[in-house]
Design a protein around this ligand. Structure first.
Ligand code: HEM
Length: 514
């Protein structure tokens, strides 16, 4: 390739440095002084910089008892720390070593307090429990969704009729590959998305509608990819005015519109069905029915309207698709890397099920599989930081003041990888959960992938059902290996909206008897 020569720029005559004199001189001191600006320039710089320097010094004095943290810059706060260390988990553990279990950062002017370790997360989110829960609207809707899930038998055998056909479809898709290497991420995402759509909208995506589902999943993915950036803009709004669409705001808006339009169409479809049959088959039907009954009775319940329903359905799909698929991805990856553990699972499943398709009732008989899933939750740390929220009054945490209105972020990863709770934390060792006594709750052991407290994961029960049924069916039918000719993926994980393995290929070798 021909080298392009750089354009030579004429140097402006130097008025600031008397460099020619310096070169000629033999005195070291003189050389040094020649590097310094002249007195007038120095004064000018000092005068110019003083307000900035003063601001910088002033803002770096943290208010009394506010948790410690790194120095911040005017306007940007600690944004530069994220640029210095793009892996947020590495940055978080480095800051924890430097400042302790409760430290603080600033995004723009907003104070962010990061809470590490099981005891302090319990203290903040359960014992003190004053973390803002977004008011009545959120509470009414959350309660409604939980009741609906319970009424539809989420967590019980009743859900199986909905879930099992989708799992059988996944098994068939993978079987058709006949052991060829494939990227499991998409297949798992499609399955978990299909499962949620069935539960919330009674929507079955037929073969010819796969493209619609793909558009939907891609749109969810783009919105999630830019999620972190959106939070930055939220706290440092001035950045919005940078030229060009560097934060992809236009792209996000167009994807968000696609997602909403799709949901609105689905809701209209359910409203028509409800009007003709009166049958309630899914969460959306139940919600529409509630809106109608409120209107009929003249009950004022602003939390229940179609606009809120669109938002709720979107949140459920977004929160429930990638998280569950990524946990399965970690499970299959760790099992491929640990064939002896996989072999133990095969033996357990074969012995207990004798070829029958796995059902929820089989779960108590498959403790080793259960333990492997728990270990995948732990090592996957799919949601390393739970949802950030704001205390509605001042808290005291580990002797520090956590003021009302700041943002509190619990680091779930700090608990899931805690060597005191889980010796050799980076080793895949399902047996650590096999030995657990049944009267000890997982959260007391420190296994809190769904977080704890009033605002913990709403889909935990559904996720556990899906994880068990998908994992059991897939392991019954296949042995997972990493292709010989592909490099092993790093287990460090890539942190975006969820923490996932980097893209990798897997082989699902059909098992002889199935
Ligand atoms: C392995 C799978 C999953 C993991 C690890 C997971 C984890 C989490 C975590 C850590 C939170 C934040 C909780 C907090 O900040 O206190 C959360 C919130 C949430 N999750 Fe999940 N989740 C999973 C599956 C699901 C599924 C399947 C659904 C939907 C059916 C779902 C729906 C939600 C919703 C709606 C919230 C927000 C709750 C609220 O703000 O009140 N999740 N999840």
């Amino acid at each position: 390739m021909a080298k392009r020569s750089l354009p030579v720029q004429a140097k402006p005559p130097s008025t600031t440095y008397n460099s020619q004199l310096a070169c000629k001189s033999s005195s070291g001191l003189y050389q040094l002084s020649s590097l310094l600006p002249s007195l007038e320039v120095l004064v000018a710089i000092l005068v110019g910089l003083t307000p900035l320097a003063a601001t910088s010094i002033l803002i770096n004095v943290r208010p009394y008892l506010i948790p410690p943290g790194p120095r911040r810059l005017p306007f940007l706060g600690n944004l530069h720390e994220f640029l210095k260390k793009p892996c947020i988990l590495e940055l978080a553990s480095e800051l924890r070593v430097r400042y302790g279990d409760v430290y603080s950062l600033y995004l723009g002017n907003k104070l962010i307090v990061v809470v590490n370790g099981l005891d302090l997360i319990k203290e903040a989110f359960v014992t003190q429990g004053v973390i803002n829960t977004n008011g009545k609207l959120w509470r009414d809707n959350r309660r409604f969704i939980m009741h609906t899930f319970r009424d539809f038998g989420v967590g019980q055998d009743a859900l199986e009729n909905t879930v099992v056909p989708e799992i059988a479809r996944l098994v068939q898709t993978v079987r058709d590959l006949d052991g060829a290497a494939f990227d499991p991420c998409n297949d798992l995402r499609f399955t978990t998305a299909r499962l949620i759509f069935k539960v919330i909208l009674s929507k079955q995506f037929e073969e010819e509608e796969t493209a619609d589902l793909e558009i939907f999943i891609t749109a969810v993915d783009s919105v999630l990819q830019t999620f972190g950036m959106l939070s930055v803009l939220h706290f440092v709004p001035l950045l919005k005015f940078l030229p060009g669409d560097i934060f992809n705001l236009n792209k996000i808006e167009s994807k968000d519109a696609i997602l909403r339009e799709f949901m609105q169409e689905q809701i209209q479809r359910r409203a028509r069905y409800l009007a003709t049959t009166g049958d309630i088959e899914c969460l959306a039907d139940n919600y529409l029915d509630k809106i109608q009954r409120n209107q009929y009775n003249g009950t004022e319940m602003p939390a229940f309207d179609v606009e809120n329903l669109v938002q709720i359905l979107l949140e459920l799909v977004v929160a429930g698709t990638d998280t569950t698929a990524t946990t399965l991805l970690w499970l299959f990856l760790y099992l491929a890397i640990n064939p002896e553990e996989q072999e133990l699972l095969h033996r357990e499943i074969d012995y207990q099920l004798d070829g029958a398709f796995p059902m929820l009732k089989d779960r108590p008989r498959l403790p080793r599989l259960d333990a492997a899933i728990l270990e995948a939750h732990r090592l996957g740390a799919v949601v390393p930081f739970a949802v950030a929220r704001s205390p509605n009054k001042d808290l005291t945490l580990a002797g520090f003041r956590v003021p009302r209105g700041c943002i509190v972020v619990p680091s779930l990863a700090s608990v899931l990888m805690d060597p005191e709770l889980f010796p050799e934390p980076s080793v895949f060792k399902p047996s650590r959960f096999l030995e657990r006594k049944h009267n000890i709750k997982l959260r007391d052991l420190g296994l809190i992938p769904f977080n704890i407290g009033k605002r913990n994961c709403l889909g935990e029960t559904l996720a556990r059902v899906e994880l068990f049924l998908v994992a059991a069916a897939m392991l019954q039918k296949f042995r997972f290996v990493l292709p010989d000719d592909e490099p092993h993926p790093s287990l460090k994980g890539v942190v975006g909206a969820t923490r996932m393995p980097p893209p990798f290929k897997l082989q699902a070798i059909p098992r002889p008897s199935f």
